[in-house]
Design a protein around this ligand. Sequence first.
Ligand SMILES: C[S@@+](CC[C@H](N)C(=O)[O-])C[C@H]1O[C@@H](n2cnc3c(N)ncnc32)[C@H](O)[C@@H]1O
Length: 370
Amino acid sequence: MTTAQLGGHAALVQQLHERGLLDDTWRAVWDAVPREPFIPARAWRQDADHCALLTSPERLALIHSDEPVVIQLDDGTEGGPGIATSSNSQPSMVAHSLRLLGVENGARVLEIGTASGYVAALLSERLGAELVFSVELDPALAARAKAALHAAGYRPNLCCGDGEEGWPEAAPFDAVIVTCALRHIPRAYVDQVQPGGIIVAPLAREFWSGTLVQLTVQCDGTATGRFHGDASYMPMRAHRAVEGAPVDSRTARTRRAVLAMPAILHLGFALYAGTRLPGVRLWHSAGPAGTQVWVQHPDGSAATAVAGDVWEYGPCDLWAEIERTYRDYVALGSPDPDQFGLTVSADGDHMWLRSPEHVIAPTLDPLGSR
Ligand SMILES: C[S@@+](CC[C@H](N)C(=O)[O-])C[C@H]1O[C@@H](n2cnc3c(N)ncnc32)[C@H](O)[C@@H]1O
């Protein structure tokens, strides 16, 4: 049967299989666990600038597509700005993360961010529910996921609490899968996974919007591994981005940019520059003159560039710093994202290039002194 003839959940699974995201074992698991029972009746589609409430026919079409389905806005409060705070993640991203987790029969797995319960259901089908542990911070979501899991016949170990602490009482685990974006890897995950075990987590920092990292826990209490492409996840609550200080427009100075605009938005450069320039926040938007990029540092320095023009503000020439860092990145051979890796040790996260010995050192400290 072709994907078009299959329809519904079966077509989605077939598509993931054809894209090489599911081996035969995981394909059977996905076939056995339809997505629809885990999605509440009230759900939203994430559009570019807002979340759109789904009508009944739209709901099923979205569930059977390779798109995330938003299941909560504004942490569950009514009348807020309508920001998505929980979703059933994009199926291809889930399949990719589960593949990176590399679990075998008998593995004990901790999931952070139960949300809809769908990943917990897939893991329960694959490993047996008694080996699956899942933590959700939000009480209403945790209760709903529990009901959906039980209705589907799965009884994994569920906890409503702060997943940043892992689940110490249930440790050790063979693997941890994090399904909300982190700014850094909490020490608890490394401590709670046995040596040789795997941690898969989406990371998002000030300078870049998201990538997946796969870490192997070492016998010396560190964890190390590489990045695996773009990944867009909702942030862990305590890891949400904070707005920078307002820009003082009286300090504006302008000049022509040296750096071509699309280059700066490459994930490889973002991983490199985000490490060299800690605290610098980058974001961009599409406008009539093309992509406009903004960078900002906590010391009040900021810059924006569009169509070859740059405006800089505050005490430091931040765009000049970006251009210097870009030249260093090119001198290193413009490495792709998969050439970067991360080591998590007792003194924090260390980003490296090509091998763990080549740690990337920062040029600016968080206060902007050089
Ligand atoms: C993208 S959703 C996870 C998708 C989920 N795995 C699924 O199968 O539907 C992210 C979830 O992480 C939860 N979350 C945020 N901060 C958390 C924390 N500190 N501990 C546990 N869960 C957290 C959010 O409430 C949200 O439900």
